[in-house]
Design a protein around this ligand. Structure first.
Ligand SMILES: *Cc1c(COP(=O)(O)O)cnc(C)c1O
Length: 404
């Protein structure tokens, strides 16, 4: 039996998270937004938080607001902590993922100073690989491309993603962390594609470090600050390479010398982005209200529908499936391949289906569980197959755009 639109509508009817879709703003009911893994939609809560941050916090309170703002990186971190299996005082929301990775890995490398190697999978997100390459170059250690399980006696730190940005594959966080610890190395997880879409238990896995961003499944808005996690017992032993005044023990003592704060704050740098942090705070509250177990279950059901429709409609048109077939082995996006992926991606956007393309030939379909209906997936997949069937994409020029 082919999957009908009514089947998708039935799934929406039975969806315990259906009401959350209406808490996101959309001025185009025809749009099929399958890129929530790249930039989450705008919620009414985040919009309200931003309006308040501008009018009341900045506009009215001016510099008097700092009494309330100064602790935001820590407070928003504490709100995020339960979503990733961390405790209070172990997470800061600050800087970008890239900068946070630089800070925690440089600190961790110094902790394992006698070991000459960093390990990262060759398919890891580019910024992670580049930051590690830069650290390796500056500190005279080597960067080896390999899976976490290849770590050995020479490895200081391993970095890997919980959900692979390209394939959507979900890592076994506990088993991988244990294997890395067995050889005496430290494990840093990148949660960028995982937080807000799958259950993550950093404490349960005994993870040492983690970083991630808030603008994907946490819906914090474009360019919203990232976050970092340092396990409580490691904090006194790790030193951030950036000695900024927000990391200073007695910040407003403004003394002549740097003394790092005894707590997670030692990983702060400078003045935080208050407006954005207030939006992130509201967004994380919304994700928390939806519940991470329910979000994970819906993410699996949505991507199951994507895979089912891929089998029926897209596989016969020359597409391949890159993501794991078993729903419990992936996050909330599905990667499919096609030799003409770039032009198909652009034609899809023109047809009101937002997905993204990753080189060389990958099309990512990310129906964010908090803001996507099953019929939106059905409609998006339907438009995708129609445009490929009709050869619409072949009428587009071959050059790719700067942002894909
Ligand atoms: C999205 C993403 C990033 C983003 O880093 P920024 O510093 O926010 O640009 C980093 N790593 C991974 C794995 C990502 O998915």
């Amino acid at each position: 039996m082919p999957t009908a639109r009514a089947d998708a509508a039935a799934l929406d009817g039975a969806d315990p998270l259906a009401a959350f879709v209406d808490r996101f703003l959309s001025d185009d009911p025809e749009l099929c937004y399958l890129d929530g893994n790249s930039l989450g939609r705008l919620s009414a809560d985040a919009r309200h938080a931003l309006a308040t941050a501008i009018d009341d916090d900045w506009g009215r309170d001016l510099v008097r607001g700092w009494g309330r703002w100064i602790d935001l990186p820590r407070r928003v971190g504490d709100r995020l902590a339960p979503l990733i299996g961390a405790g209070a005082g172990e997470v800061l929301v600050c800087d970008s993922t890239t900068v946070n990775l630089y800070k925690v890995i440089t600190a961790a490398l110094a902790q394992r100073g006698d070991r000459p190697e960093l390990v990262v999978p060759v398919g890891e997100f580019p910024t992670d690989r580049y930051v590690l390459e830069g650290i390796a170059c500056a500190h005279g250690v080597r960067l080896r491309f390999g899976e976490p399980v290849t770590a050995g006696d020479a490895t200081a730190v391993v970095v890997a993603s919980v959900v692979d940005f390209r394939t959507g594959a979900l890592a076994d966080v506990a088993a991988t962390t244990a294997a890395v610890h067995d050889v005496g190395a430290l494990m840093c997880w990148d949660l960028s594609h995982a937080a807000g879409s799958v259950v993550v238990d950093l404490a349960g896995a005994g993870a040492d470090l983690a970083v991630g961003c808030t603008y994907k499944h946490l819906c914090g808005g474009p360019g919203a600050p990232g976050y970092l996690y340092v396990r409580a017992d490691l904090q006194p032993r790790l030193e951030s390479p950036i000695w900024g005044w927000f990391a200073q023990d007695d910040q407003f003592g403004m003394g002549p010398r740097f003394t790092p704060a005894p707590s997670i704050e030692r990983f702060l740098t400078g003045t935080p982005n208050v407006v954005s942090l207030l939006a992130v705070d509201a967004s994380i509250a919304l994700v928390t209200e939806a519940g991470i177990e329910r979000l994970q279950a819906k993410g699996r059901a949505l991507t199951e529908l994507v895979v089912q429709l891929y089998d029926e409609w897209l596989a016969p048109l020359g597409f391949g499936l890159l993501s794991p077939r078993a729903s419990h082995e992936r996050g909330a996006h599905v990667a499919i391949t096609h030799p003409d992926a770039h032009r198909i991606g652009r034609a899809a956007v023109a047809a009101g289906v937002i997905a993204d393309v990753r080189p060389p030939d990958v099309l990512r379909l990310g129906p964010a569980p908090i803001s996507t209906r099953f019929v939106e997936v059905w409609d998006g997949m339907d438009r995708l197959r129609r445009l490929v069937e009709s050869g619409e994409h072949e009428r587009l020029p071959r050059e790719r755009s700067r942002v894909t």
